[in-house]
Design a binder for this molecule. Structure first.
Ligand code: FE2
Ligand code: FE2
Length: 374
């Protein structure tokens, strides 16, 4: 049938080269990359200090025009993949500055976005024309494909917030779209909608079953922090996370941004959580306090404003270093994705039972050291 192939003598030394001409490869040569024994994420543990990157974000605001670039953002780039703009796994993170009386061009994209406000008064965002004021600690959700724009109304003072998106995932899937609004803005000065008053209470509109995306676009710090401390007083506590609450879509009870999980967690003074690991990357943003997160044996010491990431399947625990003050972490993660794909796995660390962890701890520590800013 295929006499030419059958008659060709085997030559392993040139096999790969000859096969490569036909855009093919022998799978045995890459099996350890394609089928690792345990999850083998590309990202390494990493931390970005707010005090180091804030000046760069402010400097960029001097030469990148807000109305010329809806994406004037300093990206948190994981050192293990400098060619691939992600903070960890398939999660994007970056700092955005808005100058006084500045607004960004209205746009929309297929990726979902969440914003955590670090500082400044006068910030606002608009989703589908609903304009909302935002303050430090507030969380804003911009669902996939909805028009949005934002700005800073203050007479002086910067607004700095953190963009948290799943662009890397959507780009990997070859499904991202980005579009600028033809009019540059979709604001209607006459329109005044209070989504928190409508969707943040006990009684919900009967249109909720038709809400494909979260109708609640902003989650104010005061209300979320109050809910967190109330939950802590009521005894809601996880040995791995302290007291942790999830930002949810009130119409469905699911995640606020359907493909990105988003949480707020409280560590009591002096609290140290139990070590565990799970599939799914997590990016933590320090909302308040000082502490240490230990990832694969390396300590990352953080304070307010810092960002750190825990790659999928990395051992980790959190410690609040303060003996009097609480520590609060805002975080976003890949858990909704893991759940829907049936890939979520979680494991508690048991002393002496994880020789694999002990064997590779030194290698992990070397990698992690590369991910610490001074
Ligand atoms: Fe956007
Ligand atoms: Fe965890």
């Amino acid at each position: 049938m295929n006499a030419v192939t059958a008659a060709t003598p085997a030559d392993p030394s040139t096999f790969g080269e000859r096969l490569g001409v036909h855009y093919a490869v022998g799978r045995w040569s890459s099996v350890n990359d394609d089928l690792p024994w345990t999850p083998s994420p590309r990202s390494v543990p990493c931390m970005w200090r707010y005090r180091n990157l804030r000046p760069f974000a402010i400097e960029a605001a001097e030469f990148v025009k807000g109305d010329a670039a809806a994406l004037r953002v300093i990206t948190h780039l994981n050192p293990a993949h400098r060619d691939y703009e992600a903070a960890c796994g398939h999660l994007y993170s970056g700092l955005q500055v808005l100058k006084p009386h500045e607004s960004m061009t209205c746009h929309r994209h297929a990726a979902s976005a969440i914003r955590f406000v670090h500082e400044g008064q006068g910030g606002w965002t608009a989703v589908n024309g609903d304009r909302i004021s935002v303050n430090p600690g507030d969380v804003v959700v911009t669902p996939s494909r909805l028009w949005h724009e934002h700005g800073n109304d203050a007479d002086d003072g910067l607004v700095i917030w953190q963009d948290c998106t799943n662009d890397p995932l959507v780009n990997t899937l070859g499904a991202n779209f980005f579009e600028l609004h033809p009019a540059g803005t979709h604001l209607d000065p006459a329109r005044r909608v209070d989504t928190l008053a409508t969707w943040g209470g006990l009684l919900l509109p009967d249109t909720r079953s038709r809400q494909e995306t979260s109708p609640l676009h902003a989650y104010p710090w005061d209300k979320c922090h109050e809910a967190l401390t109330t939950a802590a007083r009521a005894g809601h506590h996880s040995p791995y996370d302290g007291t942790i609450l999830e930002y949810t879509n009130p119409a469905t009870g699911g995640p606020a941004a359907s493909t990105i999980g988003c949480t707020l967690q409280l560590l009591q003074p002096g609290e140290r959580t139990t070590t565990h690991r799970h599939t799914g990357s997590v990016v933590h943003v320090v909302a308040r306090g000082e502490g240490t997160t230990t990832i694969n044996g390396t300590d990352f010491e953080w304070s307010t404003g810092d960002t750190l990431c825990v790659p999928s399947w990395a051992w980790h625990s959190h410690t609040n270093r303060q003996s009097r003050d609480e520590a609060v972490l805002f975080s976003y993660n890949e858990f909704p994705l893991m759940d829907r794909l049936g890939l979520y796995v979680e494991e508690a660390y048991t002393e002496g039972a994880h020789t694999e962890g002990a064997d590779v701890e030194e290698a992990y520590a070397e990698e992690a050291a590369a991910g610490q800013q001074p």
